[in-house]
Design a protein around this ligand. Structure first.
Ligand code: Q46
Ligand code: ZN
Ligand code: ZN
Length: 326
């Protein structure tokens, strides 16, 4: 196996590009894919202050590293979800990455600051853990970006994630989610700009990038992800990709080029909605935002007996994420 660029020994094959790369040229490939995504979708501008959503996994740490390498001013935010040992280990990887490089990692811990963790929030909201988790993370990232004066929040969604989310949204023709499934969402109504600079890299590439760059990351899957539909969609697409390299890329980028604009009206309608939350001052669809409703619900869970008859699941959407839920 020879590197496509220098003909030296290759360390990885990237079948959708029909290419093998040595270490040096694979790292260059990753940097090029990120800068191409940033430029093609006008995600970032020189001088932007960026907050990276850091989970301690390969994608978010590779993203932080790649954005720093590209010369951006980037801090991290880690949200402690309280998912047992998984969260403890994830936090340690995020902290080690930041301290080894002398970077600023902000931390927010659900249990300490809001009195609940993801398992408790899911029980109180009567929703799957990933719904309570996704809502909490979106709210806390938005809030930290607003309060910290950041220009954009960057998340580590890779090509595999985005194709799998698109697959799920297409299966159910979720117009609102399809409308928001773009790699950059502009700042609007108190929500910061959201960018996904890894959309041109597959999960296998972000993992290889971390290994070659000596970045230690959380390799365990979140225990709450079991049964998550997203993982099923990912597995289905992995099977298709194995048969037909490049299928994932064509599916996702074909959607962006040929179909995403058809849903623009839905996106504008969602963006126009929010007012201001009476509790936290953030954007809200009603008087109180979905996150503050979740917090209230965890503090005063409905009476267990009455719950079966009257308690309704908490609506966990302020603005559809269009992103990964697990
Ligand atoms: S952390 Fe949270 Fe994921 Fe775990 S509970 Fe689900 S959403 S699977 S990225
Ligand atoms: Zn090479
Ligand atoms: Zn609120």
């Amino acid at each position: 196996m020879k590197c496509r660029v220098c003909r030296g020994p290759a360390v990885i094959d990237v079948r959708r590009h029909n290419a093998n790369f040595c270490e040096e040229h694979f790292l260059r490939h990753c940097r090029e894919q990120v800068s191409r995504a940033v430029e093609d979708f006008a995600m970032l501008r020189p001088g932007d202050r960026i907050l990276v959503a850091v989970s301690g996994g390969k994608d978010s740490l590779a993203l932080w590293d790649l954005l720093l390498e590209a010369g951006y001013d980037v801090d991290g935010l880690y949200v402690g979800l309280g998912i047992g040992e998984y969260s403890d280990a994830s936090g340690s990887y995020a902290r080690a990455f930041a301290s080894n490089r002398d970077l600023c990692l902000r931390e927010v811990h659900l249990r300490e600051e809001y009195g609940f963790d993801v398992p408790a929030g899911a029980r109180a909201a009567r929703r799957p853990p990933c719904s309570a988790c996704g809502l909490s993370k979106r709210h806390l990232f938005d809030r930290a970006a607003r309060e910290g004066g950041y220009d954009a929040v960057a998340t580590g969604h890779n090509l595999d994630d985005e194709a799998a989310v698109l697959f799920g949204n297409v299966l159910r023709w979720e117009r609102e989610y399809l409308a928001r499934q773009v790699p950059v969402l502009p700042a609007v109504n108190g929500f910061p700009r959201k960018v996904k600079p890894l959309v041109r890299l597959a999960e296998r590439e972000t993992a290889a990038y971390c290994v070659l760059r000596g970045i230690d990351y959380q390799v365990e899957e979140c225990p709450m992800a079991e049964g998550n539909r997203h993982l099923g969609y990912k597995a289905a697409l992995a099977g298709i990709e194995a048969q037909s390299p490049g299928a994932r890329h064509s599916f996702y980028f074909g959607f962006l080029e040929r179909a995403a604009s058809l849903f623009r009206e839905d996106r504008d309608a969602v963006a126009a909605a929010p007012g201001t939350c009476a509790t936290c001052g953030g954007p809200a669809n009603g008087e109180i935002c979905a996150f503050c409703r979740l917090v209230e619900r965890t503090i005063a869970p409905p009476d267990a007996k009455a719950e079966c008859e009257v308690a309704q699941p908490v609506a966990l959407v302020e603005r559809p994420a269009g992103g990964r839920t697990g």
